[in-house]
Design a protein around this ligand. Structure first.
Ligand SMILES: NC(=O)c1ccc[n+]([C@@H]2O[C@H](COP(=O)([O-])OP(=O)(O)OC[C@H]3O[C@@H](n4cnc5c(N)ncnc54)[C@H](OP(=O)(O)O)[C@@H]3O)[C@@H](O)[C@H]2O)c1
Length: 242
């Protein structure tokens, strides 16, 4: 098991599901303390309990300044500092031009831009010099996809914010980076489809433009047991002993 996060304190916003939840699991597996957020108390509590290690679920809506203040106050009280901030919570919406409403504009930009700015700014006093900020962007910032102009624009904004913040935080040795996942099968993607069949079709379509011609999964890879490993080997190979 990796020790990469030994003694580190991390916050993963939107860590109660999908990519954020797997990210939190990796940090906990590496020995770190992780605070995960989401808007639903029960979901956040269950998601924290699902990860072995020092994982704390905090209900916090990234659009709410009060919620973020409570989150970072809790981190300060319990852990005293923050080393890693992963700003991952986002709103994914489909709205082709001509159908875009004020409500959907506000939802996407409130979470993806305002929420990201507030999350980073409110974490700053607690963030240790030499710490790390990771913003979850998207391939959508570079690649057109029908109906996703608002989401794409918000994720392009994330890249712009990160470049400037990286410059501004250099004196404190804080690195700011963006990860840009490709299409990934997560609860957030599933909720864009009305039925299980639609979801299967959506996931299949999303993967077609990728080198592997399939969407990624947000599930943490679990070590295969011996019989699974052996079954995956060629019968023509040496006897399977491990
Ligand atoms: N899946 C993809 O194909 C894909 C591709 C590229 C980039 N991304 C990016 O990767 C990140 C995670 O995506 P995902 O697909 O894993 O999403 P997801 O399955 O929908 O999970 C989103 C997480 O964020 C939380 N969340 C949503 N709105 C929030 C808010 N206002 N405040 C706090 N937490 C909030 C959700 O919990 P609650 O709903 O309970 O609040 C959940 O924990 C996002 O930034 C997304 O844009 C995803």
């Amino acid at each position: 098991m990796s020790n990469a996060f030994h003694d580190k304190v991390a916050v993963v916003t939107g860590g109660s599901a999908g990519i954020g939840h797997v990210t939190a699991r990796k940090i906990a597996e590496g020995g770190g303390t992780v605070y995960i957020t989401g808007r639903d108390q029960d979901a956040v509590t269950a998601a924290a309990a699902d990860i072995p290690g020092d994982v704390i679920g905090v209900r916090a809506d990234s659009r709410s300044a009060d919620d973020l203040d409570r989150l970072f106050a809790q981190v300060e009280r319990r852990s005293g500092r923050l080393d890693v901030l992963v700003v991952n919570a986002a709103a994914i919406a489909t709205a082709p031009l001509g159908t875009i409403t004020e409500n959907v504009i506000r939802t996407v930009f409130d979470v993806n831009i305002t929420g990201t700015i507030m999350s980073v700014q409110k974490a700053l006093p607690l963030l240790a010099d030499g710490g790390v900020v990771v913003l979850t962007g998207s391939m959508a910032a570079h690649k057109a996809s029908r109906g996703r102009s608002l989401y794409a624009a918000s994720k392009a904004g994330i890249r712009a914010l990160a470049r400037t913040w990286a410059l501004e935080l250099t004196p404190r040795g804080i690195r700011v980076n963006v990860v840009s996942p490709g299409p990934t099968d997560t609860p957030g993607i599933a909720q864009l489809a009305a039925t299980a069949e639609e979801r299967e079709a959506l996931i299949a379509t999303m993967g077609t433009g990728t080198p592997m011609t399939r969407a990624a999964t947000a599930a943490a890879p679990r070590p295969a047991n011996r019989s699974t490993r052996c079954a995956a080997r060629s019968p023509a190979g040496p006897p399977c002993t491990s």
